[in-house]
Design a protein around this ligand. Structure first.
Ligand code: FPP
Length: 250
């Protein structure tokens, strides 16, 4: 974790460690739109702008990985026009992101089963991920058609295949091997998970990876979420005593 010094924050000094990996459930877009008499898609559009702003700010303060929940395996139950709107926003974002990646600025990765997405989206994802490999800097992981349970089922299937086809000893399977078969393989677990929008649940997000994460909940709706809200979450994280199952002052 990096030490982040910020001289002014509502007049108060702030200094603390910035988590290496922050994960965010971008919730509240629909309610944000409804409050304004707008279609839900307008909330998602505002939410995607918030993502751009927060990602830029997170990188500027030294976050190394930012993982966001853009579309879950359950979100297909939503009306088709809403699903289409979200996919359209992702296409728009990817076109912009690819230009940034070409300038060496962004690293993007997608968690989830992207094989069922449109040809256009799949080819943009492929291009963005391939070009990202040559860049440094913060990596944004976008969870798309992602579910924590689905991710674990896929890991189980892969390990079972290795056991039946390549002679993997089932008793040799350990936590590291499971981690290595997740979409997040090779990426450290998030220290902090943030959920705006007022709900207090994890909704099938990074089930395995968030086992020891601190959770920060806020009623702020995602499109209204600001840099200051991110700093508040980090400040909360710094106030926590993380024991990882042990006891204090061991
Ligand atoms: C949850 O809010 C939000 C989603 C299911 C979609 C999130 C998608 C985006 C922000 C747009 C694309 C993302 C990127 C990275 C460009 P909700 O609709 O469930 O809100 P509600 O609880 O108020 O109804």
């Amino acid at each position: 974790m990096k030490l982040f010094q910020r001289k002014e924050r509502n007049g108060a000094g702030f200094s603390g460690a910035v988590p290496k990996h922050i994960a965010i459930i971008m919730d509240g877009n629909g309610r944000w739109a409804k409050k304004r008499g707008l279609p839900r898609s307008a909330g998602h559009s505002a939410g995607s702008n918030t993502f751009r702003n927060i990602a830029t700010f997170a990188e500027s303060i030294g976050v190394e990985y930012l993982t966001v929940y853009a579309f879950s395996t359950e979100n297909w139950k939503r009306p088709k026009d809403e699903v289409d709107a979200i996919m359209g926003l992702l296409v728009k974002y990817l076109h912009e992101a690819i230009d940034e990646i070409k300038k060496g600025k962004v690293r993007l990765k997608f968690f989830g089963d992207v094989t069922v997405l449109s040809d256009e989206l799949r080819s943009l994802i492929d291009e963005a991920e391939t070009l990202s490999k040559r860049n440094a800097g913060m990596q944004a992981n976008i969870c798309l058609n992602y579910g924590g349970r689905d991710e674990l089922v896929r890991a189980c299937r892969a390990l079972a295949r290795e056991a039946s086809e390549n002679g993997l000893d089932p008793d040799s399977i350990d936590e590291q091997m499971v981690s290595d078969h997740l979409f997040s393989a090779g990426i450290p677990d998030p220290e902090l998970v943030i959920r705006p929008g007022g709900e207090h649940r994890s909704s099938n997000f990074l089930m395995w990876q968030s086992s020891y994460s601190e959770f920060y909940f806020t009623d702020v709706l995602w499109p209204d979420f600001t840099k200051n809200d991110l700093l508040k979450a980090i400040e909360y994280f710094n106030s926590r005593d993380r024991r990882f199952g042990g006891v204090k002052n061991q």
